[in-house]
Design a protein. Structure first.
Length: 370
């Protein structure tokens, strides 16, 4: 069957006068292949014991199409499916398409979304997902500021509310080699932090990555060979109770409060009664945080507002958000949210601030001076 297809494709090429025939081939393979092979449905194709298709062209069909030779030719080598070669061809097609798109982009003029200057595509870069275009000079400065501050997860498109992120190849093309090395290191570290079976050596002079065995709390550092407990990060102590980290305390507290008497005794024996009391105290701390703070909408860090306006900046990920509605704010103009008449927080930049008390205290101070 595949040999017949190859032969007929050759016939299409010859009939075209040996001209460019790729489009004709694609149209034929897309629209006429099943009817050419007399296949009513691709789900009905079956294979015999030898692995060749039972759906072959009849002799009359071959004569009709002019595909029947005096002697049956051997299997066309082009009909043999080579997975490796197909993968390489697909890669070459995608690379060629990418190069053509880049050439077309380089030859056009674009307006930078930051400095609003007209520049040729060779001096610009666009984000893959959103297609927003900026000049390389503006993006280079923006990327370097974020990397210097450790915000490698925040290399977003500068367009407000756009979530497109620059790929590492784009970052490498813009920043210096030393800056990219820092970016690469921080990006790897942030990715490892999300993996449950990966921890770091607790020794400050080492900090090597340690891979934990399944259902095992003992970690052995491959760098300094330090054996430690992954729960409390102290030297490994076997079955003795350990000091748990905050998130583990929360899990322990919930498990303890939901257990029966036998389960509570088992937990007290495993972790120690003092550790259980500490977990319950953690519950009180969480309740206080729920009443007096708000989580960052991006990373979840608890933020307490002491004073100032309602434009907040997370101390963890440097994300700007509104304290009133926790909506993200533009990096270019974070105060535009409070000037927009359609915003639920219109004119609410200083909402909730006790201005009168502050003014009274200032007046009292003035009286004392005079």
């Amino acid at each position: 069957m595949l040999s017949a297809l190859c032969t007929y494709l050759d016939k299409i090429w010859k009939d075209s006068g040996n001209c460019v025939v790729l489009f004709s081939w694609m149209q034929f393979l897309k629209e006429e292949t099943l009817s050419f092979l007399r296949i009513e449905s691709p789900l009905e194709i079956q294979r015999n014991i030898k692995g060749t298709s039972d759906c072959v062209l009849s002799t009359n069909k071959k004569k009709e199409l002019g595909l029947l030779d005096k002697a049956e030719s051997p299997l066309d080598p082009r009909a043999i499916q080579d997975v490796a070669s197909w993968a390489s061809v697909l890669r070459e097609i995608l690379d060629f398409d990418q190069k053509q798109q880049q050439q077309a982009f380089n030859s056009k003029m674009f307006t930078c979304g930051v400095c609003f200057s007209e520049k040729l595509g060779t001096d610009c870069m666009y984000f893959k997902e959103c297609q927003h275009v900026y000049c390389k000079a503006c993006l280079k400065e923006y990327f370097e500021i974020q990397i210097r501050d450790g915000n490698v997860q925040c290399l977003n498109c500068p367009e407000p509310k756009c979530t497109s992120i620059a790929i590492p190849a784009q970052v490498k093309d813009l920043v210096e080699e030393e800056m990219f090395a820092r970016y690469d290191h921080l990006l790897l570290k942030s990715s490892l932090d999300l993996m449950a079976d990966v921890v770091y050596c607790p020794r400050s002079v080492c900090q090597s990555v340690v891979l934990l065995e399944p259902e095992n709390t003992m970690g052995v550092c491959p760098g300094c060979h330090y054996a430690f407990c992954a729960l409390c990060e102290m030297a490994y102590h076997g079955i003795s109770p350990c000091k748990l980290k905050a998130e583990k305390l929360s899990e322990l507290r919930d498990e303890y409060l939901g257990a029966d008497e036998s389960g509570k005794k088992l937990l007290e024996k495993t972790y120690g009664r003092r550790m259980i009391e500490k977990a319950v105290e953690e519950l009180c701390s969480q309740e206080w945080l729920g009443k007096n703070s708000k989580p960052c909408p991006r990373c979840g860090t608890n933020i307490q507002k002491m004073n100032g306006c309602n434009k907040m900046t997370c101390i963890g990920c440097k994300h700007n958000f509104c304290w009133l509605c926790t909506c993200p704010l533009s990096r270019v103009d974070p105060y535009g949210h409070f000037r927009d008449s359609s915003s639920p927080c219109f004119n609410g930049l200083f909402q909730g601030i006790e201005v009168e008390d502050e003014l009274l205290s200032d007046e009292d101070d003035d009286d004392d001076i005079f």
